[in-house]
Design a protein around this ligand. Structure first.
Ligand code: PMP
Length: 353
């Protein structure tokens, strides 16, 4: 038995598209891909007249080193949003298979499942937003191919302890692929579970450069996992998923100087997180600030709708998360710069409950 047995048979059998860039060996004169021979106006360095490498080697090496894995355990694409979509399309047969999620959680898991016409099985988090491993395992039917666990969870902010991830993997014993979405893990005081990939064939981890690496606009994210899963996802991925300017932006952000800057910003962010949490907790309009290990706080207000409008009138946009189960009258507030946080707190200080 292998993890590929969970995948859609037609995807396993698919003859993938072979791009000109993949077929080309060496050479200096490229007349193979119907590209323009001339760089576009203003492009003196990137050479955007040529298609990019399907998996840009320098970026893959840098990311593999960053995450402590081998190249063949990593697929880079357009944000972890694309990774979620690829996983659902590769593993879930329309009208037959299912994913399992724990609401309240990130909305793209169920959106991708619905696009694929896969069912969505929900095992809600407990009232304190912890994950009940036994309940989750009891809900795994043969139709469930993917289990998404988001840690730290968006939008509640809680972290799922590593022991629980391992317990799920051990008890699942290959019945489904566990996808641990670590979009916010850099902000957490816990470490990634990516190192478990060497031990568990049925584990995939999602990482992104959109948050701690400040590259949401470049759309770079990764699936980390078993090489067989990575190779399978490559079959259904668009031929050239990572544009050249995005590769350049990522390489700069991940350079030595970029890494130092990211560490400094993380320290600022953690301080701000604590400061904002403390300040919010004293406000009359606030009911509770949920514990968070991410770069945002889920905050219960006495009247979240009024607070949302009050902030908006001052030009401050937060996320209305009242539609999610269990969160109650809550808004999600991203930690910004110290000045942005001060501006937000000043508006809330004027708000009556
Ligand atoms: N996972 C989670 C939990 C998220 O909150 C987000 C973005 N909000 C994503 C994945 C997608 O991130 P990206 O596509 O930018 O990598």
């Amino acid at each position: 038995m292998s993890v590929l047995d969970l995948a859609r048979p037609e995807i396993r059998a698919l003859q993938p598209y072979s791009s000109a860039r993949m077929e080309a060996g060496g050479g200096q004169i490229f007349l193979n891909a119907n590209e323009s021979a001339w760089a576009p106006a203003g492009d003196d360095e990137l050479g955007c007249n040529r298609y990019p490498e399907p998996q840009p080697a320098a970026l893959v090496s840098t990311l593999a080193a960053l995450y402590g894995l081998r190249h063949e355990q990593l697929l880079v694409g357009r944000g972890s949003d694309e990774a979620i979509d690829l996983l659902v399309r590769a593993f879930c047969r329309a009208g037959e298979d299912a994913i399992l999620i724990q609401p309240p959680t990130f909305g793209m898991y169920s959106v991708c499942a619905h696009v694929q016409n896969a069912a969505v099985i929900e095992v809600p988090l407990a009232d304190d937003f912890t994950l009940d491993v036994d309940e989750l395992l009891a809900a795994v039917t043969p139709a469930v191919k993917l289990i998404f666990v988001c840690t730290p969870n968006n939008p509640s902010g809680q972290y799922v302890p590593r022991e629980n991830i391992e317990r799920v993997l051990q008890a699942l014993d290959g019945r489904a692929l566990l996808v641990v979405d670590e979009a916010y893990v850099e902000f957490a005081y816990e470490r990634s579970v990516a190192d478990l990939i060497d031990r568990y064939e049925y584990l995939a981890v999602l990482r992104t450069l959109s948050k701690a690496w400040a590259l949401a606009g470049a759309r770079i994210g990764c699936v980390l996992g078993n090489p067989a899963v990575i190779a399978l996802l490559r079959r259904i991925m668009a031929p050239y998923p990572v544009p050249l300017p995005c590769v350049a932006a990522a390489m700069a952000a991940l350079s030595e100087a970029g890494q130092m800057q990211a560490r400094e910003r993380l320290a600022v962010l953690r301080n701000e997180h604590e400061r904002v949490r403390g300040a919010l907790a004293t406000l009359a309009c606030v009911q509770a600030v949920l514990p968070s290990q991410a770069n945002f706080l889920a905050v219960r207000f006495h009247d979240a709708g009024a607070i949302y409008q009050h902030l908006l009138a001052a030009g401050i946009v937060v996320r209305d998360i009242r539609r999610y189960p269990k969160l109650g009258d809550a808004l999600r507030i991203t930690i910004g710069t110290p000045a942005e946080n001060d501006a937000m707190l000043a508006v809330l200080q004027e708000s009556t409950p």
